[in-house]
Write a protein that binds this ligand. Structure first.
Ligand SMILES: *Cc1c(COP(=O)(O)O)cnc(C)c1O
Length: 222
């Protein structure tokens, strides 16, 4: 199947409230354009330099999602244009995003990355750390960011029961935050970014609104 066929099949299978983010890391701009001409506008990248190079070459109406691990000293490069930063894992990083967003006269949308997997290697905050961040006095003073929800990656395992439980734990946490912190000027819990090629259907069952899919559309990365 071509990229076009795989993209259209996948898009047709998603519920209306779920946004497909096509993960294009390591893929050449020509392949992104194959998806673009079919109407795809949300793309996800993991590396700042690669994202900036592609952004400069591709159409202006693409919504760029940064889904990788973001270092504070690189925020300035993506702050002028990024649509949503999925991987916020510290107050320090969020404060830097706020600072760079202010410099660009923007409010930058962010998701807090939550650690739900039973693996040592994944980044993210645990539930208590995330809640502490959101109730802190420092957070209340950030006017150039808007936290729209949470992002997580499940364990890389074939045990789908475990993956499901991990996704459900994030759904439950988001509901808890929504009910207990309500809406703030810089917090509106409306997105859960979870699900990749191997587990997106399960993620959608568990309340995902943003699925990040690469290899199912472009084939395996080398
Ligand atoms: C690479 C990546 C994806 C896409 O993974 P696929 O298995 O290729 O669909 C999704 N989310 C993040 C954070 C990634 O790094």
């Amino acid at each position: 199947m071509s990229v076009k066929e795989k993209l259209l099949l996948l898009k047709g299978s998603l519920p209306q409230n779920v946004t497909l983010i096509v993960v294009s890391k390591t893929k050449p701009t020509e392949l992104l354009m194959e998806a673009y001409v079919e109407g795809q506008r949300d793309f996800g990248e993991n590396y700042v330099q690669e994202l900036c190079e592609k952004q400069a070459q591709l159409p202006n109406d693409i919504r760029w999602h940064f889904i990788g691990h973001l270092q504070s000293n690189k925020v300035k490069y993506i702050a002028p244009f990024v649509h949503l930063i999925h991987g916020i894992d510290s107050l320090k990083l969020l404060t830097e995003v706020n600072k760079q967003a202010a410099r660009n006269n923007r409010v930058v949308a962010c998701l807090l990355q939550i650690y739900i997997a039973q693996e040592e290697t994944k980044f993210g905050l645990d539930f208590a750390e995330a809640e502490n961040l959101l109730v802190s006095a420092e957070f209340a003073q950030l006017n150039h960011i808007n936290v729209l929800g949470f992002m997580a990656m499940a364990s890389n395992t074939s045990n789908m029961e475990q993956v499901k439980n991990e996704f459900l734990s994030l759904q439950k946490f988001a509901a808890h935050i929504k009910a207990n912190l309500g809406a703030k000027h810089n917090l509106e819990v409306k997105h859960l970014s979870m699900g990749m090629s191997a587990d997106y259907q399960l993620a959608i069952e568990c309340g995902s609104t943003l699925v990040r899919i690469g290899s199912s559309i472009f084939g395996a990365r080398v």
